[in-house]
Structure formats: structure tokens, C-alpha cells
Design a protein around this ligand. Structure first.
Ligand code: ATR
Length: 494
């Protein structure tokens, strides 16, 4: 399998700034693309000097605005600027499929530049993508390039399927934006000649990451057919820390694996993708923890009991489901009690949604007597019947009941979570100071409820501890290895 190259797309105003950007990132890149459409006019006319200045193979690209670029002059001017750059002997020159410039192809060849014949679709993935890629090259030396914008899981699936129908010869195929991001990291597996990155926070195209992140977090250069691909599905995913946690764990232990975000709007399509790229592990978050169960060949007892699954591991082409939220919740809690809840522990769980259910199950499994308190009484009653617990609606009348179940109080509702910071679902309850109080919300790190508990002298547990611990357990499911202790102590992780 041919290794894909990392190409730094340089979108600077001057040639010397472009060289500086390349030099700063040299150890992380194989080649660069001069986005000449970002140059100021007096620099653009000197673009023929750039390949010598850069010292690495360079692509010359002068992208017009209709193709997502900055060049706003006439097409005649654009072609004239391209011609002026050619004597500089660029390694590659990007020419769009629609460009009309008789003789330019031959001039580029004579100048020693290999043509990248490109097309861009910022609105979706064309249904005939494979055919279009096939039809792009005007000679066998040309490299066809398609940059398309998948906006749904189905788009991403079609993109990956289309790649399989494309010729084995050199080609560049990538998905832009958050949905397309995995195609940038998996360029080698998908058979793309190169993958683009941007530096200095200047995103030359949607979905670029910086060269260092591509190398040190995603391990781009070590990705091959044998790499285990893992990822997270859910919606929304933008703030997820899971890619950071898992990738840093893989890198530190030298594990041949990569972990990617898959913003997902359709589970059926996602599992087709998972099959196509032979995914090894999947983390599942809101809103798919229940629906995902039917895609698993088997689930363990924790999933059956909690009715939710947040971890899938692939073995022999089939997925097996686990729930690490429960142990991730219990680990920091039991940590406050030297590893075991004292006999007769009485606990209150606020909330009866998916997360509440997992906490009730975990507490009951550890022998606690549980009171479930929920805004909608009916849901509290149903859940209580299932686990043989006490229940109550949420309101001033329940404070006495809570006081009787107050060794541990767990908050699992979205009250207090961004964007509802400041809300305190138990505002009527007066802490004694003896309670162990756990808010599973991690944004903000300390909710109004938790802050009040802390001020009253309670021992508190923040949501990020659960988030971290469930990820460490998941890591073990994916790799068979313990998450490295050194990283657990790194405050930048969660
Ligand atoms: P999750 O899977 O994250 O638990 P969920 O299943 O939608 O999400 O459950 C949300 C929980 O938060 C429910 O218990 C909900 O109470 P209702 O059953 O009455 O809807 C609770 N919740 C959400 N907003 C709340 C608020 N402002 N005050 C109190 N409880 C709230």
C-alpha cells in the first residue's frame, strides 16, 4: 500500500511568509501547495521564484472563487499568471477540470510539472463521483483530484464506496468539513496520493488540521492497512474529548491504531462505513446509546441491564456491545469509599433518563438502596419498579425523602449543563455536608449544584472524572491494554 503524502497548503500573502510557514513545519510535511490566490498581486507575479525558495516539492494552485479560492480576476488573467509561474519548475500544478487554455497542459509538462486535474463540490458528493474521477485526467501522467463536501453519513458512505471503484493509479480524493474529516486522516487506507493540512490557524479548506496534529495526534505517517481504526459516533460531536484521549493513549503505547470523530445522522449508513474500513472499535454517545444495540451481534449484561450501550468492539466482522458508563461512573465514586460502598449506603439519583438509568443500575449493583427523583414522576416510578427502588417527583416536598437517601447524591439531568449553567435542580435541598455529591455534567466542570455542595462541605465528584474513567475502560476494550498512567495524570487530557 502506497503511503499518502502530507501536503501543507500555504495560504500566505507573501512568498517569504510562505517559506517561513513551510520551514516551521518541515519535519511534519512531505510537500507543500502554494495557494497563489492568497498572495498579494506584487507577490503573485514573482511566483516562479517559489519552488527554489521552498526546497521541497511544491504544487502551484491559483484557485478562483467559484472553486473555493480567493482569485477574483478574469480567467484570462488567471491563466496568464499560471503561465508566468511555470518556468519556476513546480513539481505539480493544479488545473481545474473546466479550465480552457490551449497549449497549457503541454507547457506544464515541458516545465516538468505534473498536472493535478481537480474538481470541487462544496455542496455534497456527486452521485457519479467514481466516473468523474476516471474521466478527469487528460493524459496518463495526470493525477485526478476530487474535493467534495459530505454533509451526511450517507454522503460519507457513498464517498468511501466510490473510492473503491476508482483506478489504483495516483489520485487525490478527500471529503471536506467535519463529516469528511476521517477521509483526510485515512488517506493512505483510501488510496489518496496526498492529504492536505494547514498551519497557523489559516484553514485553506474546511476540515484541515495543522501538520503537527496530523502527525503526533493522528499518527498519519504510520497509518497502513493494518492500522486499527476506531472512532466515536453521535450528534453533536464537536466538543468531544474522546479523539484526544484515545489517540494520545495509542501514541504513548505505540499501538497501531487511530481514533476519529464520525458525526453521524444515520446508524445504518455508519455501520456500512465501519464495515468498509474494517473498524475495530466504536464509542457511542448521545443520541445513539439505545438505538445502537440492534447493530450489535451480542451485548453484555451491563448493556442489557442499563438498556444502553456506549462501546462496540469488532471481532471477526461482528460488533459486540458494552457499557463503560456504568463502571466509569462507579470508579470515581468507589474511589471515595476505598473501593467499596459501605453496607447500607443510601443514595439519591436525580433524573430518570438514559444516564440516570445507568447510575441507578450501577448503584444497585454495588448494593446501595436507591431513591430516584425525577421531574416527570411517571418516569421515576417506572425506573424504580424495574430496580426495586424508592421514587419521588422533583420538588420541595421531596427534600425529606432525599435527606433519608443522602450518603450519595448523583445529579444526572441536563439542568446546570451548558447552555443552562446556573440551574440547580435541587435548589430546595439543604446539604448537611456529609453527602458525597456527584454531578455527571462535565460542561461546565463545576455546576451550580456541585458548587453549592462543595461550599456546604460535601465531598464532590465532577463529571469529567466519569468521562475520563469510562474512556479508559473503553480503551482497554479496544486495545487490550491499560490506559497509560502517565497520561491519566495529564491535566490537559480532559
Ligand atoms: P440522558 O440520556 O442524558 O439522561 P434524557 O434521557 O433525555 O437524557 O434524560 C434527561 C433527564 O434530565 C430526564 O430525567 C429529564 O427529566 P424529565 O424526565 O422530567 O424530562 C431531566 N431534565 C432535563 N431538564 C431538566 C430540568 N430543567 N429540570 C429537571 N430535570 C430535567
Amino acid at each position: 500500500m502506497k503511503k499518502s503524502l502530507i501536503c501543507l497548503s500555504v495560504a500566505e500573502k507573501t512568498l517569504s511568509e510562505a517559506v517561513k510557514t513551510i520551514n516551521e513545519n518541515k519535519k511534519y510535511i512531505d510537500c507543500a501547495e502554494l495557494r497563489a490566490d492568497f498572495l498579494v498581486p506584487q507577490e503573485l507575479v514573482k511566483a516562479n521564484k517559489f519552488p527554489k525558495m521552498a526546497g521541497i516539492p511544491v504544487i502551484f494552485t491559483l484557485r478562483k472563487s467559484a472553486d473555493g479560492g480567493q482569485f477574483v480576476g478574469t480567467e484570462t488573467d488567471r491563466i496568464s499568471f499560471i503561465r508566468k509561474a511555470l518556468p519556476g519548475r513546480y513539481s505539480y500544478i493544479d488545473l481545474e477540470e473546466g479550465i480552457v487554455a490551449p497549449g497549457l497542459d503541454a507547457e506544464a509538462e515541458t516545465a516538468g510539472s505534473r498536472i493535478i486535474r481537480s474538481f470541487h463540490d462544496f455542496n455534497g458528493v456527486p452521485s457519479d463521483l467514481a466516473q468523474r474521477i476516471r474521466a478527469l485526467p487528460r493524459s496518463s501522467r495526470e493525477i485526478p483530484k476530487a474535493a467534495v463536501m459530505p454533509v451526511s453519513t450517507s454522503d460519507l458512505m457513498r464517498l468511501i464506496l466510490a473510492v473503491r471503484e476508482m483506478p489504483q493509479s495516483d489520485k487525490i480524493v478527500l471529503g471536506m468539513g467535519a463529516v469528511g474529516f476521517p477521509t483526510r486522516v485515512l488517506a493512505t487506507i483510501l488510496g489518496s496520493f496526498l492529504s492536505y493540512v494547514s498551519a497557523n490557524g489559516r484553514l485553506a479548506a474546511p476540515g484541515h488540521v495543522d501538520p503537527e496534529t496530523m502527525n503526533t495526534l493522528y499518527g498519519f505517517r504510520s497509518i497502513s492497512e493494518s492500522t486499527s481504526v476506531c472512532g466515536i459516533i453521535g450528534s453533536p460531536l464537536a466538543g468531544s474529548r474522546s479523539p484526544l484521549i484515545h489517540n494520545r493513549g495509542f501514541r504513548m503505547l505505540g499501538i497501531d491504531a487511530v481514533y476519529l470523530p464520525f458525526p453521524t445522522d444515520n446508524l445504518g449508513d455508519f455501520f456500512e462505513i465501519a464495515r468498509l474500513i474494517r473498524m475495530k472499535g466504536v464509542s457511542v454517545t448521545i443520541p445513539y446509546k439505545e438505538e445502537v444495540i440492534r447493530f450489535a451481534r451480542e451485548v453484555d449484561r451491563s448493556v442489557r441491564e442499563a438498556g444502553a450501550c456506549n462501546t462496540l468492539v469488532c471481532r471477526n466482522g461482528e460488533f459486540f456491545g458494552y457499557n463503560t458508563d456504568i463502571d466509569g461512573f462507579l470508579a470515581p465514586l468507589l474511589g471515595r469509599f476505598s473501593g467499596k460502598l459501605p453496607a447500607g449506603t443510601r443514595a439519591t439519583v436525580v433524573g430518570a433518563g438514559g444516564a440516570g438509568k445507568a447510575c441507578v443500575y450501577g448503584l444497585a449493583r454495588e448494593g446501595a438502596k436507591v431513591l430516584i427523583v425525577n421531574r416527570t414522576e411517571e418516569k421515576a416510578r417506572e425506573l424504580a419498579a424495574r430496580y426495586g427502588c424508592e421514587w419521588s417527583g422533583l420538588g420541595e416536598g421531596c427534600d425529606r425523602k432525599i435527606a433519608a437517601y443522602s450518603d450519595v447524591i448523583v445529579q444526572t439531568t441536563s439542568a446546570g449543563m451548558e447552555p443552562n449553567e446556573g440551574e440547580d435542580p435541587l435548589s430546595f435541598y439543604k446539604f448537611k455536608g456529609t453527602e458525597v455529591v456527584f454531578d455527571i455534567v462535565y460542561k461546565p466542570p463545576v455546576t451550580a449544584f456541585l458548587s453549592r455542595a462543595q461550599k456546604a462541605g460535601c465531598r464532590v465528584i465532577m463529571g469529567k472524572e466519569m468521562l475520563r474513567d469510562q474512556a479508559y475502560i473503553q480503551f482497554k476494550h479496544f486495545t487490550g491494554r491499560e490506559f497509560p498512567q502517565e497520561l491519566k495524570d495529564d491535566p490537559s487530557l480532559v
